[in-house]
Design a protein around this ligand. Structure first.
Ligand code: NDP
Length: 271
């Protein structure tokens, strides 16, 4: 597949030449890292970035089989992809994975911080462990990956980061205080980091989805989902592709003057 025109339409960045088992000498390739790309929103987003000419680094934690199957599917379709196991809450694992990605696939131009967990609990029943796991995964994970990706982006004066927040980080959810706090933190991190690295040619934005039909909703009954749908002005739940489309836009050159923003997509649930 000739993806050159698509690549050109995307980031107006210098391509890097790397020699690795994945990329032949002299071949130009741009790399995107998507955390939690084994399934759900991350997988849809990763596919979209491949279609736009990026080599893809799939970061997963537990779903090794799904990540590998997805990688094989992408390779069969003519894309470049590789899987990397890392718990985003561990800076050690994240740094090691990013070093490996750079060696395999070259300079990282796009980072999508998507990996996340959710949990419902009354506030008074949130234990220290639950709080730590939520903050460490959903907020510290974003910090760890941004910190691993940024030195090269700054050196090269280019790069795009998209963080997946949540409408609950904007408006707060009852029985999800720890989740809401972590996602509000992601929004704060996005805005502050955008101010700091804008002069280095790097854009940092967040996408803030509403209710998106993925495994994350597996604890909801059909009746709960129907109710959520009826509460949504557009009368449907979101699909992972809705989020992928928003990330595609924010990564593209069409968004070249957009940084530090939160793009909400929730069917009108929060206005
Ligand atoms: P899923 O539960 O379907 O997928 C979660 C993904 O995150 C998996 O790929 C999982 O990897 C990965 N992950 C979880 N913890 C870690 C970790 N510590 N290290 C590395 N990877 C990890 O969720 P969604 O696709 O629905 O959610 C993706 C993002 O979108 C999350 O940040 C979520 O908060 C956000 N979001 C989702 C909404 C929804 O309604 N679905 C709404 C608003 C925001 P593995 O399986 O390999 O462990």
């Amino acid at each position: 597949m000739n993806s050159a025109p698509r690549i050109k339409r995307f980031l107006n960045l210098r391509a890097v030449e790397v020699v690795s088992p994945y990329i032949k000498a002299g071949e130009k390739m741009r790399t995107a890292v998507v955390t939690g790309a084994s399934r759900g929103i991350g997988k849809a987003t990763a596919k979209k970035l491949c279609e736009n000419g990026f080599a893809l680094a799939i970061i997963y934690k537990n779903s090794a089989e799904k990540a590998l199957a997805f990688k094989n599917e992408l390779i069969k379709d003519g894309f470049t992809a590789e899987c990397y196991e890392a718990d985003v809450s561990s800076s050690k694992q994240v740094n090691a994975a990013f070093e490996k990605i750079k060696k395999d696939l070259g300079r990282i131009e796009v980072l999508v911080n998507n990996a996340g967990i959710s949990q419902q609990s009354l506030f008074t029943e949130i234990t220290d462990e639950m709080w730590q796991e939520m903050i460490n995964t959903n907020l510290t994970g974003v910090f760890n990956c941004c910190r691993a990706a940024l030195p090269d982006m700054i050196k090269n004066h280019s790069g795009v980061i998209v963080n997946i927040a949540s409408m609950w980080g904007e408006t707060g959810a009852s029985c999800e205080v720890h989740y809401s706090a972590a996602k509000a933190g992601v929004i704060g991190l996005t805005k502050a980091l955008a101010k700091e690295v804008g002069m280095s040619g790097i854009r940092v934005n967040a996408v803030s989805p509403g209710v998106i039909k993925t495994d994350m909703l597996s604890s909801f009954s059909e009746a709960d989902l129907e109710e959520l749908k009826n509460e949504t002005p557009l009368m449907r739940l979101g699909a992972p592709e809705d989020v992928a489309n928003a990330v595609e836009f924010l990564v593209s050159e069409k968004a070249s003057f957009i940084t530090g923003q939160v793009l909400s997509l929730n069917g009108g649930f929060v206005i």
